[in-house]
Ligand binder design. Structure first.
Ligand SMILES: *Cc1c(COP(=O)(O)O)cnc(C)c1O
Length: 387
């Protein structure tokens, strides 16, 4: 049996050992946990092919590294948001099936051919453009059709589908490799819209040529087998996000953030901390200044004032609450109660990881885990763990 907290202490020292001397913060991405999450999701939808959504740099984890790790576990299909993102993955994984969710803009069809990527076509003008482009090719190129079943975001409307059904030649000019739609409320298990969307998906896709179907994102997988179809498309759950609101947290943590203490300073009772002077000290205190701020994705809403509790960091397993507002590059933590030898210049503080769960941090920030992860990715040294 390991003592509680042992793993956390080890992770902190791991981050310290592996961090470049100059790194002010370290984002540790646990690729073994990512792959384990992938296997879990695959088991939850055993009859479907499990693709991976790696848009937004794989939710901030690094698209190339994450996609390559998933490919080792047999993942053969990846969804990205843009052609630029597709280009990155294509270089690393020459044989993977790549879908680009935003589809074709005017004039971008040749890029899909050059990159061997497939557009997700979500409107009639896109379909017409893809068909027109295909008529000049020697073979029919694959693309997905996105049907709108209730989000009014991407996707063909009923009118567009009926127009296509009257003119089937347009779909014969290319290969429909997938018919898909996206759920609006999948994270709420009992939301009536889930079943409405599923029924609408079945009605609408029946008007189109037969093709493999896909409806479920991460949360959709947990709505049960009726939502699995031929392919599931998880994103957030792969990266340790919580798929279903209110339910337990079945996924393993993938992303850990540690920030460097750049200064430990005493402060007097009555003094204030940070911009706006909104957090006054109610006792003589010891403060640790940490080199992570909102420009690093540690969002401003995690700050505190005398009226509002903020987030906390952990040093050697000890809780260190944030004091005052989050600055661009810095936060200040209250380390008054932490043993002096545990907090010193250069030590790494856990801001996301064992003690600070992703879902909790997002809730404290008044946002969702997706936004926390996608903002964290940019400014830190990334360390990849792969056991
Ligand atoms: C982002 C996205 C997904 C993945 O959603 P998660 O909730 O992160 O699992 C799946 N399908 C589409 C169309 C998306 O845009």
């Amino acid at each position: 049996m390991t003592r509680p907290g042992t793993a956390a202490v080890n992770r902190q020292s791991y981050a310290e050992e592996r961090a470049a001397l100059h790194a002010s913060a370290v984002l540790t991405i646990d690729l073994a946990a990512l792959r384990q999450n992938y296997r879990k999701l695959k088991q939850a939808a055993p009859s479907a092919n499990c693709a991976a959504v790696v848009k937004a740099d794989a939710y901030g984890t690094g698209a190339v590294r994450s996609a390559a790790a998933l490919a080792e576990d047999g993942c053969d299909t990846f969804f990205v948001a843009s052609l630029d993102e597709a280009g990155e993955i294509r270089e690393a994984l020459p044989d993977a099936v790549l879908y680009v969710l935003t589809g074709v803009f005017l004039g971008t069809c040749p890029y899909f051919l050059a990159m061997n990527a497939r557009p997700v076509l979500g409107s009639l003008p896109e379909i017409e453009e893809w068909a027109q482009f295909n008529s000049k090719q020697s073979e029919r190129l694959p693309a997905a059709l996105h049907i709108d079943t209730g989000m009014n975001r991407h996707g063909l409307t009923l009118d567009e589908i009926e127009a296509i059904a009257k003119d089937p030649a347009i779909l014969e000019s290319f290969e429909v490799s997938l018919v898909m739609s996206h759920l609006a409320c999948a994270d709420e298990l009992d939301h009536p819209k889930n079943h409405e969307q599923r029924r609408s998906f079945d009605l609408l896709r029946a008007k189109l040529p037969e093709a493999p179907a896909s409806l479920a994102n991460s949360a959709g997988i947990f709505l049960g087998p009726k939502f699995h179809y031929d392919m599931v498309r998880p994103g957030i759950a792969l990266y340790g996000g919580k798929p279903i609101a209110g339910a337990g947290d079945p996924m393993g943590a993938v992303v850990h953030l540690h920030g460097r203490v750049v200064q430990v300073r005493p402060a007097r009772k009555g003094e204030t901390v940070g911009y706006g002077a909104e957090h006054g000290l109610t006792r003589p205190s010891r403060l640790a200044v940490v080199a992570v701020g909102y420009a690093d994705g540690y969002v401003r809403t995690l700050g505190s004032s005398n009226a509002k509790t903020g987030a906390a960091g952990y040093i050697g397993g000890h809780r260190a609450p944030i004091l005052g507002r989050v600055s661009m590059d810095l936060i200040t933590l209250d380390v008054t109660e932490i043993p002096e030898d545990a907090v010193h210049r250069g030590v790494m503080v856990e801001l996301l990881g064992e003690h600070v769960g992703l879902a909790d941090l997002a809730q404290m920030a008044g946002t969702i885990d997706y936004e926390i992860l996608t903002r964290l990715g940019r400014r830190h040294q990334r360390i990849y763990l792969d056991a």
